[in-house]
Design a protein around this ligand. Sequence first.
Ligand SMILES: NC(=O)c1ccc[n+]([C@@H]2O[C@H](COP(=O)([O-])OP(=O)(O)OC[C@H]3O[C@@H](n4cnc5c(N)ncnc54)[C@H](O)[C@@H]3O)[C@@H](O)[C@H]2O)c1
Length: 353
Amino acid sequence: MRVLVTGSCGLIGSEAVHYYASRKNEVWGIDNNMRRYFFGPGGDTGSMRNILSASFRNYTHKEIDIRDRASVLEVFRAVNPHFIIHTAAQPSHDWAAKEPFTDFDVNACGTLNLLEGLRQFCPNSVFVFLSTNKVYGDAPNHLPLEEMEMRYEYDVKMRGRGIDENLSVDGCLHSIFGASKLAADIMVQEYGRYFGLKTAAFRGGCLTGSRHAGVELHGFVSYLVECAVRGNRYSIFGYKGKQVRDQIDSSDVIQALELFRQNPRTGEYYNLGGCYENSASVLELIAKLKERFGLTVLSTYVDQARKGDHICYYSDMSKFKKHYPEFRIQKSLDTILEEMVISAQEKLTKKAA
Ligand SMILES: NC(=O)c1ccc[n+]([C@@H]2O[C@H](COP(=O)([O-])OP(=O)(O)OC[C@H]3O[C@@H](n4cnc5c(N)ncnc54)[C@H](O)[C@@H]3O)[C@@H](O)[C@H]2O)c1
């Protein structure tokens, strides 16, 4: 099978390349290391490009910008992929407000370029897009919530279930990032409904894993673990540190995408996350790092939440599980943390050597 992965050097993209290339597929990756432009040296994914090229002879890298329409269409023409995994993005809602043109051009227009490649050159192929729970804007903050000692929680009616796809995307504050991703999400659905293509948008909660190049503005668990291991200070922004997120490991993300590929549908949209079982607040994560790994997080509290930031968000994946009953989260939050701590400690030791 020929697989095309955009954002192939990022967290989810590189996991996809590993998964498909190690199963003897021909894999092409598109990534121009724009994460370095967004987040500076801490976000640099250039070394991943070298690792992938050195590890897999069946991996071909294309240093292309997904905003470059002609080059994107040429890749589709030349490669004619069977499966397209689109993960390239400007992924931070804080960063988006700095350069709204860049954010929209990458997230919305870049996605349209890829969808056109699909329609013009390989309309029978399967296309999956990594969308975000920010498509719901701050609507989750208007649900009835309860403040507990260490976290916010939904009221008893929703507790343990979380947010499903029926939450409205209208009438809420999305952030510039949420709006550009929603535009892309709708386009992905539309190419399914209007043109009958096999497309799906996966609305991620916190996607994470030990390969994450976490930075303050994106990838918070990975960044928190790095701070804990290196003894750097971590800033908690608002909500008393009781804001809740669900964490899903990148390998479980690929599990979901692969199930969709095997049995695709048209114009779908699914919430994708670690759900209630893998949810935790910032305070709970800091406590876990202390209890399980003896790591102390030096934190500073900033009494100003990020604009539009969710107070409590965990995914309800009932819709996806109904369509794909085989899906199971394989990595618990504890395992995710353990792998991240080991990886951060190894990096630190290498640096010191
Ligand atoms: N990580 C999360 O917590 C999270 C949560 C929800 C949704 N998502 C979505 O999942 C997807 C993957 O996230 P991730 O964490 O792997 O992101 P990432 O930043 O680790 O990887 C994205 C990759 O895309 C590349 N890229 C960016 N702009 C590009 C461009 N114009 N042309 C070519 N390449 C470009 C970057 O260099 C980077 O290597 C993104 O679409 C993101 O919005 C992520």
